[in-house]
Design a protein around this ligand. Structure first.
Ligand SMILES: [Zn+2]
Length: 248
């Protein structure tokens, strides 16, 4: 495992839930020269999911679940995208241009895949495999945050419950959630936007239950607020009935 790229916390957790945070960090290693971006741009949501790692870490403790998280900004390589996605190394994001991602050569692209995506993906895959070996029926839950305003449009949804072809866990969560937060299925975006790569690659490929949780980042601005969201999500995840095997 490359500990500069990926972190595993609480690997021996007792929950079947395995938490993933692909956009945990806005760290850009020195060799990339900040990708030509200003400090405010690197602090903004284009480089990471602000607050997502904090919520994931609270959930790790509340559920006693392992957590696999990324340690490199998604602008270097977005680990929730396969290498053939045009969004894996974006040259534009919302209103920002990313100079260090423009006109990348094939060698540079491959170097980033090798340096960031492959070690993250392999570590996550090995972690899931180990959980199965240890007798768990893993449930993959990825934790993200999104910006309240995107391209000038205000987003009303507060928490998105996202899924691809396997909606078992999402259905249960949507059916049992109370009205404290405005939650929606596959919002503010969904599988058609290419955001379900980890779910497809790590969970659906093995028949494991899964969901992607997107939290509006203005709900995550203080430690207290992040803890409250995590408490609410932990209760919702725990209320969703224990996963059954997929009926085939
Ligand atoms: Zn994200």
């Amino acid at each position: 495992m490359n500990t500069d790229v990926v972190s595993i916390q609480n690997p021996q957790g007792k929950s079947p839930v395995l938490l993933v945070c692909e956009h945990a960090s806005n760290h850009i290693p020195a060799q990339y020269n900040d990708l030509g971006l200003s400090k405010p741009a690197i602090q903004s949501h284009i480089a990471w999911d602000p607050g997502a790692l904090h919520v994931a870490q609270h959930l790790m403790e509340l559920l006693d679940a392992p957590l696999v998280s990324q340690k490199i900004s998604r602008l270097v390589y977005d680990c929730n995208r396969p290498p053939d996605s045009p969004d894996a190394m974006r040259a534009t994001s919302e209103v920002y241009q990313i100079p260090g991602n423009e006109n990348l050569g094939a060698d540079e692209i491959q170097a980033r895949i090798d340096a960031v995506y492959t070690p993250f993906r392999n570590t996550l895959r090995q972690t899931v495999d180990q959980r199965i070996t240890d007798g768990f029926d893993p449930v993959i839950i990825t934790i993200h945050s999104f910006t309240p305003e995107y391209n000038g449009k205000i987003r009303d949804v507060e928490i998105g419950i996202l899924h691809d072809s396997d909606s078992r866990l999402a259905d249960k969560m949507l059916a049992t959630a109370d009205t404290r937060f405005r939650i929606q299925r596959n919002a503010p975006y969904g599988p058609a936007d290419g955001v379900t790569h980890t779910l497809l690659d790590q969970a659906i490929s093995r028949g494991l239950q899964n969901v992607m949780i997107e939290i509006r980042n203005d709900l995550l601005e203080s430690p207290q607020a992040r803890r409250e969201v995590a408490n609410w999500l932990a209760a919702l995840i725990t209320k969703a009935p224990t996963p059954e095997k997929e009926v085939t």
